[in-house]
Design a protein around this ligand. Structure first.
Ligand code: ATP
Ligand code: MG
Length: 180
């Protein structure tokens, strides 16, 4: 599975429709402070179903919609489309290309599309479950998270490492089994 492209419009600082095509290899995003680098990553998390406004540095979810500047009026709609090359069928789907879009209007209406068909958030979450890209996975490490991992207590840090290694879920079911 590969990330192919990301299309952002009306999301945070991206008022104009902006499309990023990802080339093979590693992509680095550089730019001055406040230029929108973190907003790109937040667009990825958001389109994959992020439900926490705080996790996106806002108070309410509608705060992700472009709020206007001195030069430009606020917008009414945020939309992000993410496209994956799934020709290896790493994601459990018959499609070899998967495009997910999430749209949110200022009145709170929202929708998700999977290759053009309306789906529920649950369908998106299920598609990414155990893929390493799910909401609670560690494939996206936000600013500040590295520091919090280093300053965590040894036991908490162990949980993080066990989760990354994929043994945490087995440990939990072992604990459950022992209690029964
Ligand atoms: P740094 O290098 O400091 O980490 P960055 O490149 O990651 O910076 P971001 O945090 O992605 O920058 O972008 C912050 C900018 O996005 C700020 O200028 C902020 O005003 C703008 N911004 C955030 N939300 C909105 C919104 N809803 N509408 C308009 N602009 C927004
Ligand atoms: Mg940043």
């Amino acid at each position: 599975m590969k990330l192919k492209s990301l299309e952002i419009s009306g999301f945070k600082s991206f008022a104009n429709k902006t499309k990023i095509d990802f080339m093979p290899g590693i992509t680095g995003v550089v730019g001055p402070n406040g230029s929108g680098k973190s907003n790109i990553i937040e667009a990825v998390r958001w389109v994959l179903g992020e439900q926490s406004a705080k996790g996106l540095r806002g108070d309410r979810m509608t705060d992700v919609i472009f709020g206007g500047t001195s030069q430009r009026a606020p917008l009414n709609r945020a939309e992000v489309v993410i496209t994956f090359d799934n020709s290896d069928h790493y994601l459990n789907s018959a499609y070899s290309e998967i495009a997910i879009s999430r749209t949110l209007y200022r009145n709170g209406d929202s929708k998700y599309l999977l290759n053009g068909t309306t789906v529920r958030l649950k369908d998106i979450q299920e598609l990414f479950m155990d893929s390493g890209l799910g909401r609670e996975s560690f494939s996206i490490i936000s600013q500040g998270r590295v520091e919090s991992i280093f300053s965590a207590k040894a036991e908490d840090r162990r949980v993080i490492i066990e989760e990354v290694a994929g043994v945490y879920k087995y440990k939990q079911s072992k604990n459950r089994a022992e209690k029964e």
